[in-house]
Ligand binder design. Structure first.
Ligand SMILES: *[C@@H]1O[C@H](CO)[C@@H](O)[C@H](O)[C@H]1NC(C)=O
Ligand SMILES: *[C@@H]1O[C@H](CO)[C@@H](O)[C@H](O)[C@H]1NC(C)=O
Ligand SMILES: *[C@@H]1O[C@H](CO)[C@@H](O)[C@H](O)[C@H]1NC(C)=O
Ligand SMILES: *[C@@H]1O[C@H](CO)[C@@H](O)[C@H](O)[C@H]1NC(C)=O
Ligand SMILES: *[C@@H]1O[C@H](CO)[C@@H](O)[C@H](O)[C@H]1NC(C)=O
Ligand SMILES: *[C@@H]1O[C@H](CO)[C@@H](O)[C@H](O)[C@H]1NC(C)=O
Length: 618
């Protein structure tokens, strides 16, 4: 019943929404068989390779990337398989490679709508690369380079889509981030690399233990490095900033009167997501502003001003912002109701998030099944009853329809530079997220070659293309961030001291908060109890009742456990209750796997609509 409510909410807002047309881009022929020579003339008469269909488990490829500056092609990562043995000319179509796909219906000179860029690049043109040419493929704004994974690809000084680009004039260079004081050794570990639109600065994430930090620095080509490894032409990162306010401010802190305070003017990163369209802001998934409700935020790179991009209680993660900064497209679980039992009750101050954030961020998936759909949101973000527009709302939900819920979007969606189109790509749910013991039957792909990934381009047919903006050079120093010098130890984040605190509602009422660490447990166990007394932060609804949640996580482990007891009553504009069953709600989450595994129950009822947790492992 509740699914229809959200669906009708989305449909309701369809009135006045803009028209969108969607097409699927072509991909090289897909095959299941990996054996040498399995990609035969029958599959691909032009001998330009076949790509791998993944039928179970990890389906992270193909992956769609950004458009070329003129929008006529798109970069993507694919995994070629079944190539014949050397010296057959088609033997180069093997493994993880960077390709371009035409988006305008045209073809490359050989007649293919795609072209492999990195296939057959000689070893001497890629010295010192890790050749992990996989994640977040991007075309530089100069149109002549790619960023893929932790590598930068040069196409001989030609436009990436030029016929003059050949394996012999293509070069793959590693990116090097010095992390030792004397500049020796290999690069620091980087993930989630995103390019600033100035083509000169980069953002990335890196783990210190289980703590993920965001960084920003300047990229410079170094043709002949004299320090660090590899001593081969590479891109060096300098002027590195740790994206953490240097004033040490956190969203949740304690004042001298032993009161807990929320400060939404400061920024606190969960995961850095790159840049706004203009590059004036850094985009990130942040510490939530409402309990268990993860959102996307943007922080001005020069003055540190924060804005909230999303507010819907469902989970959001990948984000792209148009070049004019007026629109964002996010991948979000809204409409699936997956997280509503956890986060549907709005206006709860984000205090228990001290112990629930791992669980609240991980219920969004069932293993490799994502519940993400692409959502278009205006520059003012979610607000009131406005929650944007589902881009792929068209269809009747049947197998292979644009809105077939079994096709789930993957990171990242991308705007074309002229603001009229968005690329998103999706994978079809596969076992073990369906079939067998799982109540969801596995759908059969109805793509002609049975492939389970599709790269889609949505066109906003009423929009007029705008010329590519002139992008400003990003600063080398972010004035409000923490300077990073190679070799420095990343300061650990300050934790709240255990104790009893009061939290005063922004509008009225208060909450008593009890934060403790277990004195007996050898593993770090933390408990947060919040008792609400007519608390209102929004002036529209009041909260009474309590939540009492314990986190257990062994040091260095990715498995977290929450023992959750709650009975929160909301009255006013919304009347609701967030209540655990008699024995509480107990959830164990391996955050590297994201399978839902719980005993007991947690139910949220909002204005008579009931939201329940998913069945285990579904
Ligand atoms: C690419 O496909 C091969 C052959 O199936 C497989 O062994 C390999 O793990 C795949 N690589 C990635 C990154 O998916
Ligand atoms: C690439 O360079 C190699 C070595 O110089 C040469 O043998 C080969 O013919 C070149 N390939 C093309 C397509 O020009
Ligand atoms: C859904 O739409 C497809 C394509 O238009 C059509 O073939 C199918 O019969 C429809 N299914 C339902 C259940 O309406
Ligand atoms: C905090 O409050 C709890 C429950 O009221 C009480 O048992 C505990 O002793 C208090 N702890 C401190 C440090 O004041
Ligand atoms: C909440 O406010 C009502 C009405 O003013 C009052 O009767 C009640 O005692 C208050 N509850 C708490 C827990 O403070
Ligand atoms: C599910 O969680 C329980 C603990 O509650 C754990 O013992 C069990 O191994 C987990 N199952 C799986 C398949 O991870």
């Amino acid at each position: 019943m509740h699914r229809e409510t959200i669906a009708s909410l989305l449909t309701l807002s369809l009135a006045g929404e803009e028209p969108i047309s969607i097409v699927e881009l072509p991909l090289p022929p897909s095959i299941v068989d990996d054996s040498v020579g399995a990609c035969t003339g029958n599959n691909n008469p032009r001998g330009t390779g076949c790509i791998k269909i993944v039928l179970t488990g990890d389906d992270s490829l193909p992956q769609g990337g950004t458009f070329t500056p003129d929008g006529t092609a798109l970069v993507a990562t694919v995994n070629y398989t079944g190539a014949p043995a050397e010296p057959h000319p088609a033997s180069i179509y093997t493994g993880v490679q960077t390709i371009l796909i035409k988006t305008d219906g045209s073809t490359f000179p050989n007649g293919d709508p795609w072209k492999c860029i990195t296939c057959g690049v000689p070893a001497s043109n890629q010295v010192g690369t890790d050749r992990k040419l996989q994640d977040y493929p991007r075309v530089f704004k100069d149109g002549k380079r790619f960023l893929v994974g932790t590598n930068i690809i040069h196409t001989g000084g030609h436009r990436v889509d030029s016929d003059l680009v050949t394996p012999n004039n293509t070069f793959i260079y590693p990116i090097y981030w010095p992390v030792t004081a004397d500049g020796s050794g290999p690069t620091g570990a980087m993930r989630e690399l995103r390019l600033h639109p100035d083509d000169t600065h980069l953002s990335w994430s890196s783990f210190a233990g289980s703590d993920q930090n965001g960084f920003y620095g300047r990229l410079t080509f170094n043709p002949a490095p004299t320090t660090g490894e590899p001593r081969a032409p590479r891109y060096d990162l300098t002027h590195v900033n740790l994206i953490r306010p240097k004033n040490g401010k956190k969203i949740l802190s304690v004042n001298k009167k032993h009161e807990l305070k929320l400060d939404f003017s400061t920024m606190e990163i969960g995961e850095l997501r790159g840049f706004s369209g203009s590059g004036n802001e850094l985009v990130y998934i942040g510490y939530p502003w409402e309990a268990c409700n993860f959102d996307a935020f943007a922080v001005n790179i020069r003055n540190g001003k924060v804005r909230r991009l999303t507010a819907h209680p469902e989970y959001v993660d990948p984000v792209d912002i148009s070049a004019d900064d007026k629109w964002s497209v996010v991948l979000d679980t809204r409409g699936s109701d997956r997280n509503m039992f956890l986060s549907g009750m709005r206006g709860i101050p984000p205090i228990s998030d001290l112990v629930t954030s791992s669980v609240c961020a991980s219920v969004r998936n069932n293993g490799y099944r994502r519940f993400f759909q692409p959502i278009l949101i205006d520059q003012y973000g979610d607000r009131g009853d406005y929650f944007g527009q589902q881009i792929n709302a068209a269809g009747n939900g049947s197998n292979g329809a644009f809105n077939d819920p079994n096709w789930n979007a993957r990171a990242d969606p991308q705007f074309s530079l002229d603001g009229t189109r968005v690329m998103y790509y999706q994978t079809l749910v596969k076992t073990p997220a369906c079939g067998g013991a799982n109540p969801l039957p596995c759908p059969v792909s109805n793509a002609p070659d049975g492939r389970t990934t599709r790269i889609m381009v949505a066109t906003f047919t009423n929009r007029t293309p705008y010329p590519a903006p002139k992008f400003k050079l990003g600063p080398d120093t972010i004035p409000w961030a923490t300077p990073y010098t190679p070799g420095m130890t990343i300061p650990s984040r300050t934790e709240l001291t255990p104790g009893n605190y009061t939290y005063k509602g922004q509008y009225c009422g208060e909450a008593h908060v009890y934060i403790t660490t277990s004195p007996t447990s050898s593993s770090p166990t933390t408990r947060v109890r919040v008792d609400f007394a007519n608390l209102s932060d929004d002036g529209e609804s009041t909260l009474n009742g309590y939540e009492d949640i314990t986190l257990t996580q062994a040091s260095g482990s990715w498995v977290v456990r929450n023992d959750w007891y709650s009975d929160i009553i909301q009255e006013g504009k919304v009347n609701g209750r967030k209540k655990t069953g008699p024995g509480g709600f107990h959830i164990t989450m391996d955050v590297t796997q994201n399978y839902f595994n719980a005993t007991g129950e947690l139910i949220t009822v909002l204005d008579g609509v009931e939201y329940r947790q998913p069945e285990n492992f579904t």
